[in-house]
Design a protein around this ligand. Sequence first.
Ligand code: GLA
Length: 374
Amino acid sequence: MQAEILVHAPGRINIIGEHTDYNGGFVLPAAIDKGIHLRIRKNNDPHHCKIYSLDFNKCFAFRLDQIKPSKEHWHNYFLGILQELNKLGHTIQGFDCELQSDLPIGSGMSSSAALECSFIGALNELFDLGLDRMEMVLICQRSNHHFIGVKSGIMDQFASIMGRKDHVVKLDCRDYSFEYFPLQLDEYQLVLLNTNVTHSLASSEYNTRREECEEGVRLLQDTYPEISLLRDVNIQMLNSQRAHFPEHIFRRCKHVILESQRVEEATSALLHQDFHKLGQLMYASHHSLQYDYKVSCPELDFLVEHSRPYKGVLGSRMMGGGFGGCTINLVKKESRSSFVADLSLAFAKRFGKELSVYEVIVSDGLKVWQQAKV
Ligand code: GLA
């Protein structure tokens, strides 16, 4: 009998709080009902491993004692985690693994984080590594930094591992404290509109934004030596230093500071069921991401702009890292069909491609089961 482990790790949405995580700010994500399904078992070999992707119909075979970056991008998500576990002194032996996704790649719902989280959850169980959930989140993040080359924050992995059914989670990315809030939208619902655009610029621009924020912190430290993150800065402090800032660095910092504040306001709006306020905050977030942080793209801007005339749409904004992917829309249930139909038509006319539409069901984070197999 050989034990087989089954794992499901979901993608995520983010209500608000974009590009705040790596600045120690707040985010408000939730896990969704789409994600990566993975099964894994030991193969009794000390070194040989096989990972089969049902979606790509491709098999990746490698040796645990020869881990080095692969030209095939998707391989690196596994290799990076194995390397981080290796650094921590964990022993992994040969395994065979199979995976399948129902998350669209590059949609801004974080299929890559779901992939990482499913894999680490599987290894943790199969090899009894004794990692707690937060350790798994941080290992995935380090793998991104060291192996994938994207200096990401922790929002995506956190949501995928820690998400809770029917709740959003407000995470403080400075000290990793968090609180769950019920997501009760009454006659409203969240609709994702996927532009189906993926920009190759996304990861290099992402790292540039992070450097620009760090540059902002360095400039502010001349006057405020006690700060170490943009989270430690309020808008008055930033405004007082404007004369010493290059314009683009000023705008990046402004976005981060105000966006983190918007998360706090959005949480309170959610608690008071003030959906109009929540919607306004979403529009404000998009405006800031478009003009100050500059991580949007024409397709996303088009969707947000075209949502404005609809009475049944309270808010709309780009979601995730940017340069493509989805908008997240707060829509009255009764207006959903006409809104989606009209925007799909307008989008196809303007860009000559199709929108994909997803309803969001907020679900639990990482799930791991063990089943005996002959
Ligand atoms: C990507 C990153 C996250 C976060 C978002 C932007 O999804 O992986 O850590 O920075 O972009 O909010």
